[in-house]
Every structure is written in structure tokens, then in C-alpha cells.
Unconditional design. Structure first.
Length: 122
């Protein structure tokens, strides 16, 4: 059987395999038996944060996700307010770890912060 010559759109390597990124395909339209080139395309997927999220820290981004799920009827915190309230909550939790049980006032404030930060178990 005679060897075929490589087509114009492909090149042969030393092992005889085609290194072309396109192939000829028979189409059902147009002239009977006509060939068209079908290009293989590689696509690149870029993952971007949802619109309106900006470049927030991870904690605030997680807060926004919780807000979308459970925040109906609650005010949405700005990144600055979130950071301030989150720090206050962490201070109260650290105080509890160091000194034991919190006072009634501190417990109420911790619950308020958990509510505002959507940091309670749903």
C-alpha cells in the first residue's frame, strides 16, 4: 500500500504521526464528499469573583455569602463595620477563654455581634 503525502495543513514528525491541530471532516452540506477543516480549540476558563464583591478579605467574602443565604431583613455591613464588629467579637471570645464565663452584659453583646455578623449556627 503506498504512503500518503502529508496534507498542507499538517506536518509529520519522525515517527510518522501528524502533529496538526486540525483534522478534515466530511460534511453533510454543500458538495457531496467535500472536506472542511475542523480546528481543535483549547479554551481557557477564568474564575472571577461575583460582580459587586470587590477585593475583600476572605472573612468578609464569607460574610457576604452568609448574607445572601440568611440575611433577609438584616442590614448589610460595610467591610469596615464588619471588621470592627468582628474584632469586638474576637476580643469577647478571647476574654471568655482567659477569664472564664462572661458577664450577662457581655453575653448579650456577644449574641448581638453573632446576629449582626451572621455568625450563629443556622
Amino acid at each position: 500500500m503506498p504512503k500518503r503525502k502529508p496534507s498542507a495543513g499538517s506536518s509529520r514528525s519522525k515517527n510518522g504521526k501528524s502533529s496538526s491541530r486540525s483534522k478534515a471532516v466530511k460534511t453533510g452540506t454543500g458538495n457531496a464528499g467535500s472536506l472542511q477543516r475542523e480546528e481543535k480549540r483549547t479554551s481557557t476558563v477564568t474564575i472571577r469573583p461575583p460582580i459587586g464583591r470587590g477585593n475583600y478579605n476572605e472573612e468578609y467574602a464569607e460574610y457576604l455569602e452568609r448574607y445572601e443565604l440568611y440575611g433577609e431583613g438584616r442590614a448589610r455591613l460595610s467591610p469596615g463595620d464588619f471588621d470592627r464588629l468582628d474584632e469586638e467579637m474576637l476580643d469577647l471570645l478571647a476574654l471568655e477563654a482567659e477569664q472564664g464565663p462572661l458577664s450577662d452584659e457581655q453575653i448579650v453583646r456577644l449574641q448581638e455581634l453573632e446576629y449582626l455578623l451572621l455568625d450563629t449556627e443556622q
